[in-house]
Design a protein around this ligand. Structure first.
Ligand code: FPP
Length: 249
């Protein structure tokens, strides 16, 4: 079978971020503009998620983290939360397609509050894709950056209590190495290089607040369901044109 070869339209020499974080925002407004229920916006957003994840891999991104559901999103109407959870279950079956594309799938966030059937599917996708290496897709579900830091602090406190750790030895590396992003099989996701937020909002909303300490940000007014591969490329070109100094001169 002939394999369609991917042709990148990025200018030669474009610096590809190792780790991109994507805040998939604007599904509700996309639906409202068309007089449709919000859950249709999420359904369209889920399609965009598939397309953009593939494109990120084809461009050579190594870690791609998507903000799918935040610790604050439980405050939405019950039927909308249910519809989003249904979509996750459906798409986790389809996420298996990614496996054929050599994409490792992992999840970050507090899973304990999710439906048991969803937790099972998450575990099995992680297990089945663990050896794939073209790109790591991190799906943040019931994720909050502050919650993640609390989670890390609690793990360290337990080690102190067990007499395995001296509080004086707690440093940035140890805190980092106990975040959700450090719980991947034999791997720790690196700091995020570029955070993209569509839909016109210009804030982090508790997304990877630790890992984003030196990230570049790219905002666009496009609503997530309308976000196209070319928009991802625009964000990467903008990133590549910036001069990152990490606090040095
Ligand atoms: C934000 O838009 C979007 C969400 C809270 C849900 C995102 C979920 C998906 C795109 C499905 C992805 C599927 C998988 C398997 C990862 P919003 O509702 O806040 O939009 P608004 O700001 O216009 O109201």
């Amino acid at each position: 079978m002939a394999v369609k070869k991917f042709k990148s339209s990025l200018p030669e020499g474009t610096q590809i971020p190792v780790h991109i974080g994507m805040i998939m925002d604007g599904n509700g407004r996309w639906a409202k503009k068309r007089g449709l229920p919000r859950k249709i916006g999420h359904r369209e957003g889920a399609q965009t998620f598939r397309t953009i994840t593939r494109h990120a891999k084809n461009l050579g991104v190594k870690y791609f983290t998507v903000y799918a559901f935040s610790t604050e999103n439980w405050r939405r109407p019950k039927d909308e939360v249910e519809a989003i959870m249904d979509l996750f279950e459906k798409y986790l079956d389809e996420v298996r397609d990614f496996i054929e594309e050599n994409i490792r799938v992992c999840f970050i966030g507090d899973r304990s509050m999710l439906r048991p059937a969803l937790q099972e599917k998450m575990k099995s996708v992680e297990e089945d894709s663990k050896d794939f290496s073209a790109m790591t897709l991190l799906i943040a579900i019931n994720y909050g950056g502050r919650d993640e830091i609390v989670h890390s602090a609690r793990k360290l406190a337990e080690k102190v209590k067990a007499g395995e750790l001296d509080p004086a030895d707690i440093n940035e590396k140890l805190l980092n190495d106990n975040l959700y992003t450090a719980e991947l099989e034999n791997d720790i996701a690196p700091d995020v290089d570029l955070i993209v937020r569509p839909s016109g909002e210009q804030r982090l909303s508790n997304f990877m607040i630790w890992q984003a300490a030196y990230a570049e940000y790219y905002f666009t007014n496009i609503l997530w369901p309308d976000f196209k591969p070319a928009d991802l490329e625009k964000a990467i070109i903008a990133y590549s044109d910036r001069n990152r100094r990490f606090g040095a001169v």
